[in-house]
Design a protein around this ligand. Structure first.
Ligand code: FA5
Length: 350
């Protein structure tokens, strides 16, 4: 009888070793362990055995039964693993860490021009400051030598919140905070204040080809001992030649801003019409781009800086208009439009 068990075990092992797909395993399980399977059949023969052999035979058959069940379970796991490996190997190779190939959009032309200006001024030792879009009357006007009811306020009507704060009409609104932030370094360590602060401005404005109600400016200030108008002109010229990568015709004329004395308007020859006159430059051939001047002593004092010891210049570059000139955009309103075909064409210029 034991001989029969040994042979059945060998037959089972031989059949199992030939199996290469999981579906054939069920056949083997049924043919050996099923109700009419060969191992189950051995148990049925027990009744014919003499009593003294029954126990040993029964134990041997049960051992074979457990052995076969265990081997089948192992084989299932082995085949499942092989099938998974086959599936993985048949897949095209790919890098799971690679970002998906999406249409990634593009930088807005104003962002491109802003970054270029930041790069130019950083290279000349200026820090780039961020500032709030919602400011107080003090920040936007009073600290800048524009007291309540001063007529200069008429030029910059803006949007007011119920709590008296306002959407800043000019990046100059950050000047006072910048002076206070850096005055100790200036006075105690002799480090000049050199900062630019780009930002979005808002004005209650009738829009046309060169005026928007929401536009960008980039303010810049430099304060130290003996700063003069020639320093101002040098920085303006350097910035323009770097941004446009060619010589640009500029003119400087007197301009009034209560926070500078003397004050200037820096205009550039309109690059849309070549100076002939067009809607983009209000038919004058010139575009007001960057008012500037020497910081008024009252403004320095308000920022905690002694105007008898220190002088400085400030400028308020019209970033949106700079982007118009740089990219030949004829109508400023196109920048706030949602025409992606228009806006995405400058992407490569980073
Ligand atoms: C000012 O806003 C002053 N804060 C600039 C300044 C700073 C002067 C420091 C002196 C010293 P103005 O209102 O002219 O000035 O605006 C500055 C520039 O912002 C303009 O030359 C123009 O390029 C741009 N700008 C002004 N209003 C608009 C508008 N509605 N749409 C688009 N750009 C504008």
């Amino acid at each position: 009888m034991n001989e029969q068990i040994v042979q059945l075990k060998e037959k089972f092992e031989e059949k199992l070793s030939k199996i290469s797909i999981a579906s054939e395993l069920e056949e083997i399980r049924v043919s050996f362990l099923g109700k009419n399977g060969s191992i189950t059949g051995l148990l049925k023969q027990m009744g014919k055995l003499p009593n003294e052999e029954k126990k040993t035979f029964g134990q041997a058959v049960n051992t074979l039964k457990s052995f076969a069940a265990e081997k089948i379970a192992d084989k299932v796991a082995e085949l499942q693993k092989l099938e998974l490996e086959r599936e993985i190997n048949s897949m095209p190779e790919f890098d799971v860490a690679m970002p998906p190939k999406l249409d990634r959009g593009s930088y807005h032309p104003i962002t491109l021009v802003q970054r270029k200006c930041e790069q130019v001024f950083r290279s000349m030792g200026f820090t780039v400051e961020d500032y709030s879009e919602v400011v107080t009357d003090y920040e936007c006007f009073e600290s800048l030598n524009i007291p309540k009811f001063h007529p200069a306020r008429d030029m910059q009507d803006t949007y007011y919140l119920e709590n008296g704060q306002l959407l800043k009409s000019q990046t100059s609104a950050a000047q006072n905070a910048i002076y206070k932030k850096y005055r100790d370094q200036l006075v105690n360590e002799g480090k000049p204040i050199r900062a630019i602060f780009p930002g979005r401005c808002f004005r209650n404005e009738s829009t046309d080809a060169c005026h928007e109600n929401t536009f960008f400016q980039m303010e810049g200030v430099m304060v130290d001992r003996n700063i003069s108008i020639s320093n101002l002109i040098f920085f303006m010229k350097t910035m323009l030649s770097e941004v446009f990568e060619r010589d640009i015709k500029v003119r400087l004329r007197p301009g009034f801003f209560p926070f500078v004395e003397p004050g200037f308007e820096l205009d550039i020859s309109c690059l849309i019409c070549g100076g002939e006159g067009c809607p983009s430059c209000k038919h004058s051939g010139w575009l007001e781009l960057c008012p500037c001047g020497m910081i008024h002593p009252n403004v320095l004092s308000e920022g905690g800086i002694d105007p008898d010891k220190y002088t400085g210049f400030a400028f308020g570059l019209g970033l949106t208009r700079l982007a118009m000139m740089k990219y030949g955009v004829k109508d400023i309103r196109d920048f706030n439009g949602a025409n992606l075909v228009n806006l995405s064409q400058f992407t490569d210029d980073k």
